[in-house]
Write a protein that binds this ligand. Structure first.
Ligand SMILES: Nc1ncnc2c1ncn2[C@@H]1O[C@H](COP(=O)(O)OP(=O)(O)OP(=O)(O)O)[C@@H](O)[C@H]1O
Ligand SMILES: [Mg+2]
Length: 399
Protein backbone atom coordinates (compact mmCIF):
# COMPACT_ATOMS: atom_id res chain seq x y z
CA UNK A 1 0.00 0.00 0.00
CA UNK A 2 1.48 3.32 -0.97
CA UNK A 3 1.04 6.36 1.27
CA UNK A 4 2.42 9.68 0.01
CA UNK A 5 2.68 9.90 -3.72
CA UNK A 6 5.02 12.03 -5.72
CA UNK A 7 5.65 11.70 -9.38
CA UNK A 8 9.04 12.27 -10.89
CA UNK A 9 9.04 12.66 -14.62
CA UNK A 10 11.95 12.18 -16.95
CA UNK A 11 11.92 12.60 -20.66
CA UNK A 12 14.48 11.57 -23.20
CA UNK A 13 14.78 12.31 -26.82
CA UNK A 14 14.67 9.51 -29.37
CA UNK A 15 18.33 9.87 -30.08
CA UNK A 16 19.33 9.96 -26.47
CA UNK A 17 18.49 6.38 -25.68
CA UNK A 18 18.82 4.49 -28.89
CA UNK A 19 15.30 4.71 -30.28
CA UNK A 20 16.89 6.10 -33.36
CA UNK A 21 14.96 6.39 -36.57
CA UNK A 22 17.91 4.90 -38.37
CA UNK A 23 16.83 1.42 -39.52
CA UNK A 24 20.14 -0.15 -38.44
CA UNK A 25 19.47 0.64 -34.79
CA UNK A 26 15.75 -0.18 -34.63
CA UNK A 27 15.08 -2.61 -31.80
CA UNK A 28 12.10 -4.24 -30.14
CA UNK A 29 10.44 -2.56 -27.17
CA UNK A 30 11.63 -3.72 -23.73
CA UNK A 31 9.20 -5.96 -21.85
CA UNK A 32 8.05 -5.65 -18.24
CA UNK A 33 10.33 -8.55 -17.33
CA UNK A 34 13.30 -6.77 -18.86
CA UNK A 35 12.49 -3.60 -16.93
CA UNK A 36 12.27 -5.60 -13.70
CA UNK A 37 15.49 -7.37 -14.57
CA UNK A 38 17.21 -4.02 -15.20
CA UNK A 39 15.98 -2.79 -11.83
CA UNK A 40 17.72 -5.70 -10.09
CA UNK A 41 20.87 -3.68 -10.81
CA UNK A 42 19.67 -0.71 -8.78
CA UNK A 43 21.16 -1.19 -5.35
CA UNK A 44 19.60 0.44 -2.30
CA UNK A 45 22.52 2.58 -1.11
CA UNK A 46 21.98 1.73 2.51
CA UNK A 47 20.82 -1.86 2.45
CA UNK A 48 23.28 -2.92 -0.25
CA UNK A 49 20.63 -5.10 -1.87
CA UNK A 50 18.76 -4.61 -5.11
CA UNK A 51 15.44 -2.83 -4.96
CA UNK A 52 13.54 -5.67 -6.64
CA UNK A 53 14.71 -8.19 -4.07
CA UNK A 54 13.81 -5.70 -1.34
CA UNK A 55 10.23 -5.49 -2.64
CA UNK A 56 10.51 -1.78 -3.41
CA UNK A 57 9.37 -2.11 -7.03
CA UNK A 58 5.61 -2.08 -7.54
CA UNK A 59 3.69 -1.88 -10.80
CA UNK A 60 5.48 -1.48 -14.10
CA UNK A 61 3.48 -0.27 -17.08
CA UNK A 62 4.84 0.08 -20.58
CA UNK A 63 3.00 1.84 -23.33
CA UNK A 64 4.36 3.25 -26.57
CA UNK A 65 7.87 3.80 -25.29
CA UNK A 66 6.76 5.20 -21.92
CA UNK A 67 7.60 3.17 -18.83
CA UNK A 68 5.79 3.91 -15.59
CA UNK A 69 7.52 2.43 -12.54
CA UNK A 70 6.20 2.54 -8.96
CA UNK A 71 8.84 2.58 -6.26
CA UNK A 72 8.05 2.28 -2.54
CA UNK A 73 10.62 3.94 -0.27
CA UNK A 74 11.25 2.95 3.35
CA UNK A 75 10.32 6.44 4.59
CA UNK A 76 9.14 9.59 2.82
CA UNK A 77 12.15 11.65 3.95
CA UNK A 78 14.63 9.00 2.81
CA UNK A 79 17.84 10.89 1.97
CA UNK A 80 18.60 8.28 -0.70
CA UNK A 81 15.41 9.04 -2.59
CA UNK A 82 16.97 11.19 -5.31
CA UNK A 83 19.77 8.72 -5.86
CA UNK A 84 17.41 5.74 -6.12
CA UNK A 85 15.20 7.66 -8.57
CA UNK A 86 18.20 8.64 -10.68
CA UNK A 87 19.55 5.09 -10.73
CA UNK A 88 16.10 3.69 -11.68
CA UNK A 89 15.76 6.23 -14.45
CA UNK A 90 19.22 5.51 -15.84
CA UNK A 91 18.78 1.74 -15.79
CA UNK A 92 15.34 1.77 -17.41
CA UNK A 93 16.27 4.41 -19.97
CA UNK A 94 19.17 2.26 -21.19
CA UNK A 95 16.75 -0.46 -22.36
CA UNK A 96 15.78 -0.67 -26.01
CA UNK A 97 12.77 1.28 -27.23
CA UNK A 98 12.34 3.44 -24.14
CA UNK A 99 11.59 7.12 -24.67
CA UNK A 100 10.30 8.25 -21.29
CA UNK A 101 10.60 7.00 -17.73
CA UNK A 102 7.94 8.05 -15.24
CA UNK A 103 8.72 7.18 -11.62
CA UNK A 104 5.97 7.23 -9.02
CA UNK A 105 7.43 7.09 -5.53
CA UNK A 106 5.44 6.13 -2.46
CA UNK A 107 6.15 5.02 1.09
CA UNK A 108 6.07 1.51 2.52
CA UNK A 109 3.66 0.36 5.20
CA UNK A 110 5.02 -0.89 8.52
CA UNK A 111 4.48 -4.48 7.38
CA UNK A 112 6.36 -3.90 4.13
CA UNK A 113 9.23 -2.33 6.07
CA UNK A 114 9.54 -5.39 8.34
CA UNK A 115 9.63 -7.70 5.32
CA UNK A 116 12.22 -5.47 3.68
CA UNK A 117 14.49 -5.52 6.71
CA UNK A 118 14.27 -9.30 6.88
CA UNK A 119 15.23 -9.58 3.20
CA UNK A 120 18.07 -7.09 3.62
CA UNK A 121 19.52 -9.08 6.50
CA UNK A 122 19.29 -12.35 4.58
CA UNK A 123 20.90 -10.77 1.56
CA UNK A 124 23.74 -9.28 3.61
CA UNK A 125 24.51 -12.75 4.96
CA UNK A 126 24.31 -14.30 1.50
CA UNK A 127 26.63 -11.70 -0.03
CA UNK A 128 29.18 -11.61 2.76
CA UNK A 129 32.26 -12.48 0.73
CA UNK A 130 35.20 -10.24 1.62
CA UNK A 131 37.00 -10.96 -1.66
CA UNK A 132 34.32 -10.09 -4.19
CA UNK A 133 33.68 -6.49 -5.16
CA UNK A 134 30.86 -5.37 -2.88
CA UNK A 135 27.46 -4.56 -4.40
CA UNK A 136 27.81 -1.12 -2.84
CA UNK A 137 31.02 -0.30 -4.72
CA UNK A 138 30.55 2.12 -7.61
CA UNK A 139 32.24 0.53 -10.62
CA UNK A 140 33.36 2.81 -13.45
CA UNK A 141 34.73 1.27 -16.64
CA UNK A 142 36.83 3.80 -18.55
CA UNK A 143 36.38 2.82 -22.20
CA UNK A 144 36.78 3.97 -25.77
CA UNK A 145 36.49 2.43 -29.21
CA UNK A 146 40.03 3.26 -30.23
CA UNK A 147 43.46 2.95 -28.68
CA UNK A 148 45.62 5.76 -27.43
CA UNK A 149 42.92 8.29 -26.56
CA UNK A 150 43.99 8.55 -22.91
CA UNK A 151 41.93 5.90 -21.09
CA UNK A 152 44.82 4.83 -18.87
CA UNK A 153 45.95 8.38 -18.15
CA UNK A 154 42.40 9.29 -17.17
CA UNK A 155 41.80 6.11 -15.15
CA UNK A 156 44.90 6.67 -13.04
CA UNK A 157 44.29 10.36 -12.48
CA UNK A 158 40.56 9.97 -11.82
CA UNK A 159 41.28 7.20 -9.31
CA UNK A 160 43.74 9.43 -7.44
CA UNK A 161 41.46 12.47 -7.58
CA UNK A 162 38.49 10.47 -6.23
CA UNK A 163 40.68 9.01 -3.47
CA UNK A 164 41.67 12.61 -2.71
CA UNK A 165 38.00 13.28 -1.92
CA UNK A 166 38.35 10.80 0.94
CA UNK A 167 37.01 7.64 -0.72
CA UNK A 168 38.60 4.21 -0.79
CA UNK A 169 39.42 3.63 -4.45
CA UNK A 170 40.60 0.60 -6.40
CA UNK A 171 42.09 0.61 -9.89
CA UNK A 172 41.78 -2.53 -11.97
CA UNK A 173 44.01 -2.51 -15.02
CA UNK A 174 41.90 -4.67 -17.36
CA UNK A 175 44.35 -4.16 -20.19
CA UNK A 176 45.83 -7.58 -19.56
CA UNK A 177 48.75 -7.47 -21.98
CA UNK A 178 48.92 -3.75 -22.68
CA UNK A 179 49.00 -2.75 -19.02
CA UNK A 180 50.25 0.74 -18.24
CA UNK A 181 48.87 1.64 -14.81
CA UNK A 182 51.91 0.41 -12.80
CA UNK A 183 54.25 2.68 -14.76
CA UNK A 184 51.89 5.64 -14.55
CA UNK A 185 51.71 5.20 -10.77
CA UNK A 186 55.45 4.66 -10.32
CA UNK A 187 54.71 1.13 -9.10
CA UNK A 188 56.64 -0.98 -11.61
CA UNK A 189 58.86 -2.44 -8.87
CA UNK A 190 55.91 -3.48 -6.73
CA UNK A 191 54.38 -6.97 -6.84
CA UNK A 192 51.02 -8.37 -5.83
CA UNK A 193 51.06 -10.71 -2.85
CA UNK A 194 48.65 -13.40 -1.63
CA UNK A 195 46.98 -13.53 1.76
CA UNK A 196 46.44 -16.61 3.93
CA UNK A 197 43.20 -17.39 2.02
CA UNK A 198 45.30 -17.47 -1.18
CA UNK A 199 43.59 -14.34 -2.46
CA UNK A 200 45.50 -11.64 -4.34
CA UNK A 201 46.18 -8.56 -2.22
CA UNK A 202 46.09 -5.32 -4.25
CA UNK A 203 49.21 -3.17 -4.19
CA UNK A 204 48.82 0.23 -2.56
CA UNK A 205 50.25 2.97 -4.75
CA UNK A 206 49.69 6.72 -4.34
CA UNK A 207 46.69 6.14 -2.07
CA UNK A 208 44.81 3.70 -4.31
CA UNK A 209 44.54 -0.09 -4.48
CA UNK A 210 45.99 -1.35 -7.73
CA UNK A 211 45.68 -4.71 -9.51
CA UNK A 212 47.41 -5.22 -12.86
CA UNK A 213 49.11 -8.05 -14.71
CA UNK A 214 52.09 -5.68 -14.73
CA UNK A 215 52.44 -6.43 -11.02
CA UNK A 216 52.59 -10.19 -11.65
CA UNK A 217 55.18 -10.23 -14.38
CA UNK A 218 58.90 -9.78 -14.09
CA UNK A 219 59.28 -7.30 -16.90
CA UNK A 220 57.09 -5.51 -19.36
CA UNK A 221 58.34 -7.66 -22.27
CA UNK A 222 56.96 -10.81 -20.64
CA UNK A 223 53.54 -9.31 -21.36
CA UNK A 224 53.81 -10.78 -24.84
CA UNK A 225 53.41 -14.22 -23.31
CA UNK A 226 49.90 -13.25 -22.25
CA UNK A 227 48.73 -12.86 -25.80
CA UNK A 228 47.28 -16.34 -25.92
CA UNK A 229 45.50 -15.93 -22.62
CA UNK A 230 41.74 -15.63 -22.58
CA UNK A 231 41.23 -12.04 -21.56
CA UNK A 232 37.89 -12.57 -19.97
CA UNK A 233 39.30 -15.33 -17.74
CA UNK A 234 42.03 -13.03 -16.48
CA UNK A 235 39.52 -10.27 -15.73
CA UNK A 236 37.26 -12.78 -13.97
CA UNK A 237 40.14 -13.85 -11.80
CA UNK A 238 40.93 -10.29 -10.87
CA UNK A 239 37.34 -9.74 -9.81
CA UNK A 240 36.86 -13.02 -7.95
CA UNK A 241 40.23 -13.74 -6.45
CA UNK A 242 41.30 -10.32 -5.26
CA UNK A 243 40.85 -9.29 -1.64
CA UNK A 244 39.54 -5.82 -2.43
CA UNK A 245 39.10 -3.66 0.68
CA UNK A 246 35.63 -4.21 2.17
CA UNK A 247 34.98 -0.44 2.23
CA UNK A 248 35.88 0.03 -1.45
CA UNK A 249 33.79 3.03 -2.51
CA UNK A 250 34.87 3.19 -6.15
CA UNK A 251 36.51 0.72 -8.50
CA UNK A 252 37.91 2.34 -11.64
CA UNK A 253 38.54 -0.10 -14.48
CA UNK A 254 41.05 0.84 -17.16
CA UNK A 255 39.61 -0.97 -20.17
CA UNK A 256 41.65 -2.37 -23.04
CA UNK A 257 41.03 -0.71 -26.39
CA UNK A 258 37.98 -1.84 -28.30
CA UNK A 259 37.43 -5.37 -26.98
CA UNK A 260 33.77 -6.19 -26.61
CA UNK A 261 34.46 -9.44 -24.76
CA UNK A 262 35.90 -7.76 -21.71
CA UNK A 263 33.02 -5.29 -21.57
CA UNK A 264 30.51 -8.14 -21.69
CA UNK A 265 32.36 -10.15 -19.03
CA UNK A 266 32.37 -7.11 -16.80
CA UNK A 267 28.70 -6.40 -17.26
CA UNK A 268 27.93 -10.03 -16.38
CA UNK A 269 30.14 -10.10 -13.29
CA UNK A 270 29.65 -6.56 -12.01
CA UNK A 271 26.05 -5.64 -12.75
CA UNK A 272 26.52 -2.26 -11.11
CA UNK A 273 29.27 -1.29 -13.60
CA UNK A 274 28.81 1.94 -15.53
CA UNK A 275 30.86 3.34 -18.34
CA UNK A 276 32.78 6.55 -18.93
CA UNK A 277 33.58 6.97 -22.62
CA UNK A 278 36.80 8.74 -23.56
CA UNK A 279 37.11 10.34 -26.95
CA UNK A 280 39.36 12.81 -28.74
CA UNK A 281 38.00 15.93 -30.43
CA UNK A 282 38.19 14.76 -34.03
CA UNK A 283 35.31 13.12 -35.86
CA UNK A 284 36.96 9.75 -36.64
CA UNK A 285 37.61 8.99 -32.96
CA UNK A 286 34.12 10.09 -32.14
CA UNK A 287 32.60 7.55 -34.53
CA UNK A 288 34.59 4.74 -32.94
CA UNK A 289 33.59 5.79 -29.46
CA UNK A 290 29.96 5.84 -30.57
CA UNK A 291 30.28 2.12 -31.24
CA UNK A 292 31.45 1.61 -27.67
CA UNK A 293 28.46 3.55 -26.46
CA UNK A 294 26.17 1.34 -28.49
CA UNK A 295 27.82 -1.74 -27.03
CA UNK A 296 27.29 -0.31 -23.56
CA UNK A 297 23.61 -0.05 -24.25
CA UNK A 298 23.46 -3.61 -25.57
CA UNK A 299 25.10 -4.90 -22.39
CA UNK A 300 22.77 -2.60 -20.41
CA UNK A 301 25.76 -0.82 -18.94
CA UNK A 302 24.71 2.79 -18.42
CA UNK A 303 27.02 5.52 -19.63
CA UNK A 304 27.90 8.11 -17.02
CA UNK A 305 29.16 10.52 -19.63
CA UNK A 306 31.84 11.40 -22.15
CA UNK A 307 35.29 12.82 -21.45
CA UNK A 308 37.00 14.61 -24.30
CA UNK A 309 40.76 14.25 -24.04
CA UNK A 310 43.58 15.98 -25.90
CA UNK A 311 41.23 18.91 -26.45
CA UNK A 312 43.44 21.68 -27.77
CA UNK A 313 46.73 23.09 -26.56
CA UNK A 314 47.11 26.46 -24.92
CA UNK A 315 50.52 28.10 -25.11
CA UNK A 316 51.93 30.24 -22.33
CA UNK A 317 50.93 33.41 -24.17
CA UNK A 318 47.33 32.15 -24.23
CA UNK A 319 47.11 31.16 -27.92
CA UNK A 320 44.96 28.09 -28.41
CA UNK A 321 45.64 25.42 -31.02
CA UNK A 322 42.98 22.81 -31.74
CA UNK A 323 45.51 20.18 -32.73
CA UNK A 324 43.04 17.31 -33.02
CA UNK A 325 40.05 19.41 -34.08
CA UNK A 326 37.28 20.47 -31.72
CA UNK A 327 33.77 19.64 -30.62
CA UNK A 328 33.99 15.83 -30.95
CA UNK A 329 33.29 15.22 -27.27
CA UNK A 330 30.24 17.45 -27.08
CA UNK A 331 28.79 16.04 -30.27
CA UNK A 332 29.30 12.43 -29.14
CA UNK A 333 27.73 13.20 -25.75
CA UNK A 334 24.81 14.79 -27.54
CA UNK A 335 24.48 11.83 -29.94
CA UNK A 336 24.22 9.27 -27.15
CA UNK A 337 22.21 11.46 -24.82
CA UNK A 338 24.66 11.77 -21.95
CA UNK A 339 26.56 14.70 -20.59
CA UNK A 340 30.04 15.86 -21.45
CA UNK A 341 31.84 15.35 -18.15
CA UNK A 342 34.68 17.62 -19.19
CA UNK A 343 37.40 18.39 -21.71
CA UNK A 344 41.01 17.71 -20.85
CA UNK A 345 43.52 19.73 -22.87
CA UNK A 346 46.83 18.48 -24.20
CA UNK A 347 49.38 18.99 -21.45
CA UNK A 348 52.94 17.66 -21.77
CA UNK A 349 52.88 16.89 -18.03
CA UNK A 350 50.35 14.10 -18.69
CA UNK A 351 52.80 12.28 -20.95
CA UNK A 352 55.97 12.96 -18.92
CA UNK A 353 54.19 12.21 -15.63
CA UNK A 354 52.80 9.00 -17.10
CA UNK A 355 56.32 7.84 -17.89
CA UNK A 356 57.90 8.92 -14.62
CA UNK A 357 55.06 7.76 -12.36
CA UNK A 358 53.96 11.26 -11.36
CA UNK A 359 50.24 11.56 -12.16
CA UNK A 360 49.36 15.06 -13.25
CA UNK A 361 46.62 15.58 -10.63
CA UNK A 362 49.34 15.21 -7.98
CA UNK A 363 52.41 16.62 -9.72
CA UNK A 364 50.72 19.55 -11.52
CA UNK A 365 47.26 19.88 -9.95
CA UNK A 366 46.90 23.51 -11.07
CA UNK A 367 48.02 22.93 -14.66
CA UNK A 368 45.52 22.70 -17.53
CA UNK A 369 45.14 18.88 -17.46
CA UNK A 370 45.36 18.57 -13.66
CA UNK A 371 42.55 21.08 -13.17
CA UNK A 372 40.38 19.52 -15.87
CA UNK A 373 40.84 15.95 -14.62
CA UNK A 374 40.05 16.94 -11.03
CA UNK A 375 36.89 18.65 -12.28
CA UNK A 376 35.87 15.47 -14.17
CA UNK A 377 36.40 13.42 -10.99
CA UNK A 378 34.22 15.86 -9.03
CA UNK A 379 31.51 15.62 -11.66
CA UNK A 380 31.59 11.80 -11.61
CA UNK A 381 31.25 11.57 -7.84
CA UNK A 382 28.43 14.09 -7.93
CA UNK A 383 26.56 11.96 -10.49
CA UNK A 384 27.52 8.74 -8.73
CA UNK A 385 27.84 9.56 -5.04
CA UNK A 386 29.19 6.79 -2.81
CA UNK A 387 26.51 4.23 -2.05
CA UNK A 388 27.18 3.91 1.67
CA UNK A 389 26.06 7.34 2.84
CA UNK A 390 23.44 8.64 5.16
CA UNK A 391 21.00 6.20 6.69
CA UNK A 392 17.29 5.80 5.94
CA UNK A 393 17.12 3.04 8.52
CA UNK A 394 18.56 5.40 11.12
CA UNK A 395 15.69 7.76 10.34
CA UNK A 396 13.26 4.84 10.43
CA UNK A 397 14.43 3.95 13.94
CA UNK A 398 13.74 7.52 15.03
CA UNK A 399 10.11 7.42 13.86
N1 LIG B 1 45.74 15.24 -22.14
C1 LIG B 1 46.88 14.74 -22.56
N2 LIG B 1 47.92 15.54 -22.88
C2 LIG B 1 49.10 15.04 -23.31
N3 LIG B 1 49.34 13.75 -23.49
C3 LIG B 1 48.35 12.88 -23.21
C4 LIG B 1 47.09 13.32 -22.73
N4 LIG B 1 46.31 12.22 -22.51
C5 LIG B 1 47.07 11.16 -22.83
N5 LIG B 1 48.29 11.54 -23.26
C6 LIG B 1 49.37 10.67 -23.71
O1 LIG B 1 48.88 9.93 -24.82
C7 LIG B 1 49.39 8.60 -24.83
C8 LIG B 1 48.22 7.63 -24.79
O2 LIG B 1 47.54 7.75 -23.55
P1 LIG B 1 46.99 6.51 -22.75
O3 LIG B 1 48.02 5.44 -22.67
O4 LIG B 1 46.43 7.03 -21.49
O5 LIG B 1 45.84 6.07 -23.76
P2 LIG B 1 44.98 4.72 -23.77
O6 LIG B 1 43.67 5.09 -24.35
O7 LIG B 1 44.98 4.10 -22.44
O8 LIG B 1 45.82 3.84 -24.77
P3 LIG B 1 45.63 2.26 -25.04
O9 LIG B 1 44.44 2.16 -25.91
O10 LIG B 1 46.91 1.87 -25.73
O11 LIG B 1 45.43 1.59 -23.72
C9 LIG B 1 50.28 8.50 -23.60
O12 LIG B 1 51.60 8.71 -23.98
C10 LIG B 1 49.80 9.63 -22.71
O13 LIG B 1 50.81 10.10 -21.86
MG1 LIG C 1 45.52 2.12 -21.88
Amino acid sequence: MIGHIRISFYEHSHRAFGVSCRPSTLRAMATEDQVRQALTHVIDPELHTDIVDLGMVGNIKISEGVVDVSIALTIASCPMRGQIETDVERRVASLPGIEKVVITTGVMTQEQRSTLMERARMSARKNATPTAVSASTRVIAVSSGKGGVGKSSLSVNLAIAIAGQGHTVGLLDADIWGFSAPRMLGATDMRLSANEDRKIVPTEAQGIYLVSTGLLLDDEDTALMWRGLMLTKAVEQFLNDVAWPTDLGYLIIDMPPGTGDVQMALARMLPQAEMVVVTTPQLAAQKVAARVADMARRSHMPIVGVVENMAGFVTEDGSRYEIFGSGGGASLADDIGVELLGSVPIDPHVASGGDSGDPVVVAHPDGPAGTAMTAVADRITRILPPLALDSCIGRLAAL
